[in-house]
Design a protein around this ligand. Structure first.
Ligand code: SF4
Length: 326
C-alpha cells in the first residue's frame, strides 16, 4: 500500500520587512526541511512546543501558505504544482480542522448554511438531499437539529469544534489535518472531541495529521509520532515506542514534563531549561544544543541528520542518541 501523503524536505520561510522603505530585514525559518509520510487510515501526530513550526507544516501542506521549498504528494498528486484554481477538487479529500473554529466558520452564516456550503461548492445533490445530509452530519457529530438556525457565536467552544468537524467530514475526505483541535478546550471536552475523531476515523477510514503541543493528547490518537523542534523533525517513530524508549534528549524532556500513569515508563524526569531559540537566528549545528544537557563540541558545529537507529524505523536526529539512551 502506498502513502496517502508524502512530504519531502518541506521548507517554509517568511520574510520580515522593516524600516521606512519596508525592506526585507530578516527571515523567519519556520520549517527547515521536514519529511514524513502518512498511510491511508493512519494518524501521525506532530508535536512540539509553541513556535516549533508544526502548525506551519500543516498549513503549508494544505497550501494556505506557498512553500519555500519541498514537495508534497497527496493521493498521487503533486500538490505544489497543482493549479490553484482546481484546488477545490483536492479540498474534497484533504480537509483542515482548526484550533479555533471561528477561523473557519463564517460568523454571519447559520450552521445550516455553513454545513451546506461544501455540497454547493462541489455541486452535489439537490437542495432537499443537501438538507438531509446536513441533518445527518449534525447528528453524527452529536449536535441536535436545533443547531441548524443558530450562528457560531451561540455555541460553546466544544460545540463549535463539532461544527468544524462536521464541515470537515461533509465530503468524506481521505485526510484531515487537525491543527491543535482540542488545545483551547477544557479537559473533559477534549476527550469527547478526541473520541469523536477516533470514531469517525474508524467509520470513514480517515487519515489524520494530528498537530498538538501536548504529548499526552497526541499519545491517545497517534499510530506514529513526529517530534518537532525549531522547524525540524528530531524524532519519528511508532507511538508506543516513542513513549517507552525515546532517543532524543528533547523528546525525553517533553515526556518527563507530563504526568503519565504508566508503570512501564522508563523516562526519568528531566527539566527543559531556557526558551526555544529564535527561528530568525537559528543556532549553528544541532538546533537543540543551547538547551541540551548532553551537548558536546560537535553539536555546536554540525547539525545531526535524521537517521534510522537500531536497524528499524525509529528515526532520530542526535549525534549521541545510541550512547546516551541505550
Ligand atoms: Fe543534544 Fe548534541 Fe544530541 Fe543535539 S546532537 S540533541 S545537542 S546531544
Amino acid at each position: 500500500m502506498g502513502s496517502l501523503l508524502e512530504v519531502k524536505d518541506l521548507k517554509m520561510h517568511f520574510p520580515i520587512y522593516g524600516g521606512i522603505l519596508r525592506r526585507r530585514i530578516g527571515t523567519i525559518h519556520a520549517v527547515n526541511g521536514v519529511s514524513f509520510n502518512i498511510m491511508p487510515g493512519e494518524t501521525v501526530g506532530l508535536v512540539g512546543e509553541s513556535g516549533c513550526g508544526k502548525t506551519t507544516v500543516g498549513r503549508t501542506i494544505a497550501r494556505l501558505y506557498r512553500a519555500t521549498e519541498g514537495e508534497v504528494t497527496f493521493d498521487g498528486i503533486d500538490l505544489f504544482n497543482y493549479p490553484k484554481k482546481q484546488m477545490k477538487l483536492i479540498r474534497r479529500d484533504l480537509q483542515i480542522v482548526f484550533q479555533d473554529p471561528f477561523e473557519s466558520l463564517n460568523s454571519r452564516h447559520t450552521v445550516a448554511t455553513i454545513l451546506e456550503e461544501p455540497f454547493i461548492i462541489h455541486n452535489l445533490g439537490t437542495p432537499s438531499e443537501r438538507k438531509r445530509e446536513v441533518k445527518l452530519l449534525l447528528e453524527r457529530v452529536g449536535l441536535s437539529v436545533n443547531a441548524l438556525n443558530k450562528f457560531p457565536h451561540e455555541f460553546s467552544g466544544g460545540q463549535r469544534q463539532r461544527i468544524g468537524i462536521a464541515r470537515a467530514i461533509a465530503l468524506k475526505p481521505k485526510l484531515i489535518i487537525c491543527d491543535e483541535p482540542v488545545s483551547a478546550l477544557d479537559v473533559a471536552i477534549q476527550s469527547q472531541i478526541i473520541n469523536l475523531l477516533l470514531e469517525l476515523q474508524k467509520e470513514m477510514s480517515l487519515a489524520f495529521l494530528f498537530i498538538a503541543h501536548d504529548l499526552s493528547v497526541v499519545r491517545h490518537v497517534s499510530d506514529r509520532i513526529a517530534v518537532m523542534y525549531l522547524g525540524k523533525i528530531v524524532e519519528f517513530m511508532d507511538a508506543e515506542v516513542i513513549y517507552q524508549e525515546p532517543k532524543h534528549p528533547y523528546t525525553r524532556a517533553l515526556l518527563s514534563a507530563i504526568p503519565l500513569p504508566d508503570p512501564n515508563r522508563k523516562v526519568s524526569p528531566q527539566l527543559l531549561e531556557g526558551d526555544v531559540p529564535s527561528p530568525i537566528r537559528l543556532p549553528r549545528g544541532c538546533g537543540f544544543h543551547p538547551r541540551c544537557p548532553y551537548a558536546q563540541d560537535i553539536c555546536r558545529r554540525q547539525a545531526p541528520e535524521l537517521r534510522a537507529i537500531g536497524g528499524g524505523k525509529h528515526l532520530v536526529a542526535c549525534h549521541f542518541s545510541e550512547e546516551l539512551f541505550s
